[in-house]
Ligand binder design. Structure first.
Ligand code: MLT
Ligand code: MN
Ligand code: ZN
Length: 305
């Protein structure tokens, strides 16, 4: 399986358009030790021919241009055989509407995520210009689904695993939160018997999370915030990490300490917020990750499993 990181930042990207935090300011001054990042998404393929996007970020157009494997091979064409969603957040699915030029799209998501996206949303009509433009494939917790391209089975399955999270901010007070609002994805290469976990939004530890991190060959983990009070401490609003349903990386009860003890051989934080000190390659927080053998995803990173 080939895994290509298209984007590695949390919502807003790095730097974020309206953000004057220390990281964003230093980046604009040209004194930041680390690259810019687009909003989180990865592309996976068993054969390098048919590709599946894990989330469709608002930056998907630029991400495709930057990745030659995703370029069209004919006058109207795409190697993107499907798009699999972890939740209905803007940074996870706005890219669907960017990919609107009548190209057939296969979208895989839970019914909860699909309902939030397709109900009462007039924009979805731009993906329904023809009867065959948008095909929806329902994901159910714990049930692997084969991923198919135009010529049939692509040698991959995807399994959604319910994760603690939240409904998208624009749906708060409109829907009752349930399991299936936020999932992690396990992609398996059925020929090579390799597996990838993609978990960009995880509110806290669960036993399911632990069993995933002890069995897959590579894990991408929620790296949104380093600290619980990261935003308020920098004067950037009221919300702590737990209010935003993101398990902080640092500290005694943080995800870093937990992940360091998991047996997965390849561990990578992604969906990193622009305020997070792990974005700075010379920061003490980044050194803590390095000491545990844990990486930070960057745009263009490619992994073969
Ligand atoms: C999140 O990851 O918490 C969301 O993407 C936040 C947002 O929608 O702005
Ligand atoms: Mn997000
Ligand atoms: Zn910032």
């Amino acid at each position: 399986m080939i895994v290509r990181v298209l984007g590695s930042a949390a919502g807003g990207g790095f730097p974020q358009w309206n953000c004057g935090c220390a990281n964003c300011l230093d980046f604009r001054k040209g004194v930041f030790d680390g690259p810019a990042r687009t909003q989180a998404s990865v592309a996976v393929s068993a054969d390098g021919r048919d590709w599946f996007l894990l989330n469709a970020s608002p930056d998907v157009r630029a991400q495709i241009e930057f990745s030659s494997v995703l370029h069209p091979r004919a006058p109207r064409d795409t190697p993107i055989a499907g798009i699999i969603l972890t939740n209905g957040d803007i940074d996870a699915c706005l890219g669907l509407f960017v990919l609107r030029e009548s190209q057939p799209l296969h979208v895989y998501a839970t019914n909860q995520v699909a309902n939030g996206l397709f109900e009462r949303n007039v924009l979805v009509r731009t993906l329904q210009r023809t009867a065959t433009q948008l095909t929806f494939h329902a994901l159910t917790d714990g049930v692997p689904v084969p991923l198919c391209g135009p010529d049939g089975n692509c040698g991959l399955t995807v399994e959604a695993k319910s994760m603690p999270g939240k409904v998208p901010i624009h749906l708060q007070d409109c829907v009752t939160p349930t399991d299936g609002d936020n999932v992690g994805l396990i992609v398996r290469d059925t020929h090579k018997n390799k597996s990838l976990a993609y978990l960009p939004s995880v509110a806290h530890w669960t036993p399911t999370l632990e069993s995933i991190a002890d069995t897959v060959d590579c894990i991408f983990m929620d790296g949104t915030f380093f600290q619980e009070t990261e935003l308020p401490a920098q004067g950037l609003g009221m919300h702590n990490a737990s209010v935003m349903s993101h398990w902080p990386v640092g500290g005694e009860s943080g995800s870093l300490r937990w992940l360091a003890n998991r047996s997965c051989p390849r561990k990578i934080f992604t969906h990193v917020n622009n305020t997070n000190p792990i974005l700075r390659e010379n920061s003490p927080e980044r050194a803590q990750l390095v000491a545990c053998g844990i990486a930070v995803a960057y745009d263009g990173l490619e992994i073969r499993l």
